[in-house]
Design a protein around this ligand. Structure first.
Ligand code: PLP
Length: 401
């Protein structure tokens, strides 16, 4: 008898489990719209040209594989904070940002969660309802209490701004408010600049601490600066804030696990202390981060020619998703005779569309149509081609009605 008899089978992950089920399906019509990973029009994974160029540079230089410092590659940490805040931002000039390289967005969020657990005992994190499936896992595992604020209004298929503001107001003073910097996952609905100002107002009034998750910088609008404007608006108010960054989507570095946690403090001295504690959290967990992705980012962002090429490739990727979004809307509008207004699809931004399909309808999409998606009704448009839009529209209409 096994010593592990008491261990029960864990359920499959709601997002990555979808990819497992997809791989097992032998139907040729199958479509994987579960995971948020960019595919070409031929539905193949895509390695950016700038990434290949940066890797060639690295090979030519014959770089070694020595350990990085606990906080990561210095050249990476410098450019990642500059990309986020803008190189001339006062938070950088005044050395008020503690930046530590993390294991992509997830690992960076997890470091911040550990910091909250240690230094803000009892403080809760407010997360949007709905949110990316892993947020709750991350705070649960770090033993950080969380509660939800209203975000999505099914009636308008838009932002429940009043609900959001009143829930943030009602939370205990000094809570952390987790915000998606751009391209909210799963809804694809972002606050307007005026709404961001009001969100900042209540957060300041209540002495809360904003905590941004930026997993799609450049991928939402195609512009790195426009997509960072929410974070910069808060920083410009002189607020202290946390920002987790990921290069999975915008540089297509999913498996390299490259990202960062940035903590903006009110003084350089506080930033130095925060950084020292983030390192102390990282050391017993994984000792120090991997170097490959960090060098790619440092090379691409640090070289003006490669940086411009990256921006062009990102616009290309964001553009393909916008075209697919338009085609899906056109197909649904043309085929659906029920009079339903599908324009919400065009209002959403980023990789995803939140279709409004419930769990049973999402099951129908998978079981009858071989369309793999998360059970909250989210589909990844990055995994869709123009050629498959008509088929998908048929599946959605059949499942809705
Ligand atoms: N945060 C959000 C909102 C995401 O959608 C994702 C990826 O899907 C992540 C964080 C983290 O991804 P990664 O750990 O690959 O950077």
């Amino acid at each position: 008898v096994s010593r592990f008899e008491g261990i029960t089978m864990a359920p499959p992950d709601p997002i990555l489990g979808v990819s497992e089920a997809f791989r097992a399906d032998i139907d040729v019509k199958k479509l994987n719209l579960g995971v948020g990973a960019y595919r070409t029009e031929e539905l193949q994974p895509y390695v950016l040209d700038v990434v290949k160029k940066a890797e060639n540079l690295m090979l030519e230089r014959g770089e070694n594989k020595e350990y990085l410092p606990i906080e990561g590659l210095a050249a990476f940490n410098k450019v990642t904070a500059e990309l986020l805040f803008g190189a001339d931002n006062q938070v950088i000039e005044q050395q008020r940002v503690a930046t530590v390289q993390g294991l992509s967005g997830t690992g960076s969020l997890r470091l911040a969660a550990a910091l909250i657990e240690r230094y803000f005992p009892g403080a809760q994190v407010l997360i949007s309802s709905p949110t990316w499936g892993n947020h709750k896992n991350i705070f649960n595992d770090a033993r950080v209490p969380w509660s939800e604020y209203r975000y999505y209004d099914p009636k308008t298929v838009g932002l429940d701004f009043e609900g959001m503001i009143s829930d943030i107001k009602a939370a205990p003073e000094g809570s952390f408010v987790l915000l998606h910097g751009c391209a909210h996952n799963p809804t694809g609905i972002d606050p307007t600049p005026e709404q961001w100002e009001k969100i900042a107002d209540v957060i300041q009034e209540k002495n809360h601490i904003p905590f941004f998750d930026v997993a799609y910088q450049g991928f939402a609008s195609g512009s790195l600066d426009a997509d960072a404007s929410s974070v910069r608006l808060f920083a410009a108010r002189g607020m202290e804030l946390l920002v987790a960054q990921s290069y999975s989507k915008n540089l297509g570095l999913y498996a390299e696990r490259i990202g960062a946690i940035n903590v903006v403090c009110s003084s350089a001295d506080a930033a130095a202390r925060v950084k020292s504690q983030l390192k102390r959290i990282a050391r017993p967990m994984y000792s120090n981060p991997p170097v490959h992705g960090a060098r790619i980012v440092a090379n691409v962002v640090g070289d003006p020619a490669l940086f411009n090429e990256w921006k062009a490739e990102m616009e290309m990727m964001a553009g393909r998703i916008k075209n697919v979004r338009q085609k899906l809307f056109d197909s649904l509008s043309a085929k659906d005779t029920s009079g339903k207004d599908w324009s919400f699809i065009l209002k959403q931004i980023g990789m995803f569309s939140f279709t409004g399909l419930n769990k049973a309808q999402s099951d129908n999409m998978t079981n009858k149509w071989h369309v793999y998606m998360t059970k909250d009704g989210r589909i990844s448009l990055a995994g869709l081609s123009l050629a498959k839009c008509e088929y998908l529209a048929d599946a959605i209409i059949d499942s809705y009605h």
